[in-house]
Design a protein around this ligand. Structure first.
Ligand code: SAH
Ligand code: SF4
Ligand code: F3S
Length: 442
């Protein structure tokens, strides 16, 4: 343990990739807090630098090596500086990282974070990437009783058994595991008791969550949301990321029945072509997705939908691309992420012949142009509406606050009396490229 009289050491964490990594970074910061480390935003002051990495596309993974290269002068100046690599690159590449970059002191995979303090103390191996049986979160210290930002993440499910042909997640995060109901509820209540008003439930396949409920029955994700909806003081619930094949009826019904569940759903489809969906091993068709959207909109007519797309997947033709554009036009998304296919070592699609790079670039531009027109239309559709906004921080201009609307748009509001954590009704008056402007509703 730590010497309480010693000055706290400084920990700098850089987080890449998805929200799961953001959550994990917080939990690692808390675990290292118990070891006498406090967070710093200034890398040059750090006694330890932890890079929490992403392996999803080649660019994301290569970022680690350029960042490590840039740490060389700091390590030369401070030989005691500890450099750790966590996250999905750590899991995928393991000791390859220390071979390529000897300045790295430790490598810890996403399922082994509870071993991080022992690793830092030198009481565990330098490289830990095994998938243990126990729940790592049980062995990470309880979150400290400090006040929290009004919106928080809570991981309820990890890993993926879907094996889409392009994706590294089943290999970097392992098999699907759901955390037990009572731990999730305990953590949610604890967050609320510390000022949290909005919780986003996280999982690589969050809607595939299931577990033994308090009533002894097997609960699905919709039932879990209903239970979380009963927590006094929690105003908003969100979740991400879901798979179309796990949108159970009870979850769709929860969108109708649970008022705290925000009218927003991120539901990746990847492509609008059945041929490509099959080659991707998505196990659903474009029509299945469209019918699902109809059912979700029937349950919650004002829901905003968002998605992920990959263009230039091996074998994609102009016709397949046209099918994707048609699906996008038919659904009308609030916003969406679109990526050019990146072949990932170890995945089934890795060796398949690639689409010409310039063709893929052109398709990506065309898709992004359509998606940004839809985003603009969705934002402009908010003008004149009165929405809930949860204030998260002061704006740059005095008297202004920034928060998230029910639909997850950033909203700027003149509200000199307001505090961070206030949930207020705001009338939207203007739409800017990536935010909205509103005024307090009377
Ligand atoms: N579990 C989620 C998201 C996983 S990764 C899901 O099933 O949708 C987030 C997004 O990254 C994916 O939805 C996909 O659009 C994109 N992605 C994953 N692997 C990729 C690859 N090899 N090349 C390009 N984009 C990829
Ligand atoms: Fe990757 Fe597919 Fe699993 Fe999502 S469902 S994490 S895209 S394998
Ligand atoms: Fe990246 Fe791992 Fe998340 S690969 S997207 S950090 S699950």
């Amino acid at each position: 343990m730590t010497d309480p009289t010693a000055a706290p050491k400084k920990l700098f964490i850089k987080t890449y990739g998805c929200q799961m990594n953001v959550y994990d970074s917080q939990r690692m910061a808390e675990a290292m807090g118990a070891e006498g480390y406090e967070l710093t935003e200034d890398q040059s002051q750090a006694d330890m630098v932890l890079l929490n990495t992403c392996h999803i596309r080649e660019k994301a993974a290569e970022k680690l090596y350029s960042d490590l290269g840039r740490l060389k002068p700091l390590k030369a100046e401070k030989p005691d500086l500890k450099i750790g690599v966590a996250g999905c690159v750590a899991q995928a590449e393991g000791e390859e990282i220390t071979r390529r970059m000897p300045l790295v002191d430790l490598v810890v995979g996403p399922q082994a974070y509870h071993r991080l303090p022992a690793m830092v103390r030198g009481e565990a191996p330098k490289i830990v990437t095994d998938f243990p049986e126990e729940d790592k979160f049980d062995h990470l210290p309880q979150r400290r009783a400090t006040r929290r930002a009004p919106a928080a993440f809570l991981t309820v499910q990890e890993g993926c058994d879907k094996f889409c042909a392009f994706c590294v997640v089943p290999y970097t995060r392992g098999a699907e595991v759901s955390r037990p109901v009572e731990r999730i509820l305990r953590e949610a209540r604890d967050l609320v008791s510390r000022g949290v008003r909005e919780i986003t439930l996280l999982g690589q396949n969050v809607n595939g969550w299931h577990g033994a409920g308090e009533d002894g029955r097997d609960w699905g994700f919709g039932r879990l949301i209903r239970a979380i909806g009963e927590i006094e003081g929690l105003d908003r619930i969100r979740y991400t990321t879901s798979h179309p094949n796990d949108m159970a009826d009870d979850l769709i019904d929860a969108h109708r029945d649970v008022p705290q569940l925000m009218p927003y759903l991120h539901l990746p489809v990847q492509s609008g072509s059945d041929r490509i969906l099959k080659a991707m091993n998505r196990k659903h068709t474009a029509d299945h997705y469209m019918r699902l959207i109809d059912r979700i909109r029937a349950a919650r007519p004002d829901i905003m939908l968002t998605s992920d797309f990959i263009v230039g997947f091996p074998g994609e033709t102009d016709q397949d691309h046209a099918d994707t554009l048609r699906l996008v036009a038919a659904v009308s998304f609030g916003t969406a992420f679109s990526f050019k296919y990146s072949p990932r070592p170890g995945t089934p699609a890795y060796d398949r012949p690639e689409v010409d790079g310039a063709v893929a670039d052109a398709r990506l531009q065309e898709l992004q142009a359509l998606l940004s027109r839809q985003q603009k239309a969705a934002q402009e559709g908010m003008i004149g509406r009165t929405l809930g906004v949860l204030f998260e921080k002061p704006g740059r201009i005095a008297g202004q606050m920034i928060g998230k609307s029910d639909y997850l748009h950033s909203v700027f509001v003149e509200a000199p009396e307001a505090q961070v954590g206030d949930l207020v009704q705001v009338r939207i008056i203007e739409s800017a490229p990536n935010s909205l402007h509103g005024e307090l509703a009377a």
